[in-house]
Design a protein around this ligand. Structure first.
Ligand SMILES: [Zn+2]
Length: 261
C-alpha cells in the first residue's frame, strides 16, 4: 500500500477486525454485482469506496427516469444510458483505483458460471427469482460466497450463504438460497414498478450487502452466514432468523450426498 492508500483507507486500517492485512485483502479482491438498481447502487458504491480491487458490474437495463428516486448511483444526466456505464462513471469518481468491468447483458447459466468462477464474492442485487436461483446455483457450483438481498414496498431482507468450505455442505445450518425459497414454490415476483418501494429501504439493504461482502473478503469471520435478516422500514423492525438446510433441496441437496461420500 502506498501513502495515498494508507490515507484513503486509514479508518478501516484502524479497525482491529480489518487492519492493514484485511484492507490489503480488500485491495486484492474481486466482487461480482448482479443488478445495478436500488440494491446494487449503494452496494457498488461502498465496495468501490472501500477499495475492493475489481468490481464486475452486470445489468442489461438502461437508466429510466423513474429509477432516480432510489438508484443513487445513477444521475439525472444518465437517463437512457446503460446502467452499467452510468455506474462505471460514478464509481470512477468515487475511487479511480478500483478496476470496474461493465457487462451490459442478461447473463445465462453458462456465463454466470464463468463470471462466478472469476470472483471472490457475489452480490445478488437482482429483482427477480429466476436470476436469484441461477446465481445461487452458480455460487454453489463454484463454491463462492453469496450475499443475497431483496426489497419491496417497506420490507427488505438480507442473507449470506458461504459455500467456500466443503465441510459446510455437511452442516445442517448451511443452507442455500433455494433451501429458503424453493424454486418450485409459488413465490411470485413483486415488481417495484407495480407495487412501489420505499427509497431508503433499498439503501439499507444494499449497504448491508456491502457490509457482509466486505467482511467475507477481508477475512472477518463474523456475520450473517446461515441467517436471514428481515427489515420492516415502516415500524422500523429488524428480525433475525436462523436458516436450516433442506435435505430435499434441489439445488444443494445433491451436493450434500456428493460431499459426504
Ligand atoms: Zn439448498
Amino acid at each position: 500500500m502506498d501513502d495515498q492508500q494508507l490515507l484513503r483507507y486509514g479508518r478501516h486500517i484502524l479497525l482491529n477486525e480489518i487492519g492493514i492485512e484485511g484492507q490489503q485483502r480488500l485491495l486484492d479482491s474481486r466482487a461480482l454485482i448482479i443488478g445495478l438498481g436500488g440494491l446494487g447502487s449503494p452496494a457498488a458504491m461502498y465496495l468501490a469506496a472501500s477499495g475492493v480491487g475489481q468490481l464486475t458490474l452486470c445489468d442489461h437495463d438502461t437508466v429510466d427516469f423513474s429509477n432516480l428516486q432510489r438508484q443513487i448511483i445513477h444521475r439525472n444526466s444518465s437517463v437512457g444510458r446503460p446502467k452499467v456505464m452510468s455506474a462505471l462513471d460514478t464509481l470512477g469518481d468515487i475511487n479511480p483505483d478500483v478496476v470496474c468491468i461493465a457487462l451490459q447483458m442478461r447473463v445465462d447459466e453458462a456465463q454466470l458460471l464463468d463470471l462466478v468462477a472469476q470472483t471472490d464474492v457475489v452480490l445478488d442485487c437482482s429483482d427477480n427469482f429466476l436470476t436469484r436461483y441461477a446465481v445461487n446455483r452458480a455460487c454453489l457450483a463454484q463454491r463462492k460466497p453469496l450475499v443475497s438481498g431483496a426489497a419491496i414496498q417497506f420490507d427488505g431482507q438480507v442473507s449470506v450463504f458461504d459455500f467456500r468450505r466443503p465441510e459446510a455442505f455437511r452442516q445442517a445450518d448451511s443452507p442455500c438460497y433455494n433451501c429458503l425459497f424453493p424454486e418450485d414454490s409459488q413465490a411470485a415476483d413483486l415488481r417495484c414498478a407495480t407495487t412501489g418501494v420505499f427509497a431508503p429501504l433499498v439503501g439499507v439493504v444494499g449497504s448491508l450487502q456491502a457490509a457482509e461482502a466486505l467482511k467475507l473478503l477481508a477475512g472477518v469471520e463474523r456475520g450473517l452466514g446461515g441467517r436471514l435478516l428481515t427489515i420492516n422500514a415502516l415500524d422500523m423492525h429488524l428480525m433475525q432468523s436462523r436458516l436450516s438446510k433442506d435435505p430435499a433441496c434441489r439445488a444443494c441437496g445433491g451436493s450434500l450426498v456428493e460431499t459426504v461420500s
